[in-house]
Design a protein around this ligand. Structure first.
Ligand code: ZN
Length: 106
């Protein structure tokens, strides 16, 4: 079954799956309208619907995306960490931010 990515439409600080999550769903299922955990409105994120593997983070990374998951105020886990990048991104520590100049290639 394919995995779909969803994003909360608004801040949902108490939801552990904020800002986004992945759901395994049959293709014919309608998109979720609300977060299964907190009930807040969500939208399906385009581009992920054809990805049929659990290695979504790897695919994002290969496409040049960086996926950050908020773990605390101002602290994010870098799910698409590349060699040399920190596992956790701290907004207050610029040296932990993903190295975009190494990611973006023409
Ligand atoms: Zn939620």
């Amino acid at each position: 079954m394919p995995y779909y990515c969803y994003e909360h439409l608004q801040e949902s600080p108490r939801c552990e799956h904020h800002p986004g999550f992945e759901v395994e769903q049959p293709i014919r299922d309608l998109p979720l309208q609300v977060c299964p955990w907190c009930g807040a409105p969500v939208k399906r994120v385009l581009g992920a619907s054809l990805i049929k593997s659990k290695n979504l983070d790897c695919e994002l990374r290969d496409k040049g995306f960086t996926k950050l998951v908020r773990v605390d105020d101002g602290l994010y886990e870098n799910k698409t960490r590349r060699p040399g990048e920190e596992k956790y991104v701290d907004r207050r520590r610029p040296e932990t931010l993903p190295r975009l100049e190494k990611t973006i290639r023409d």
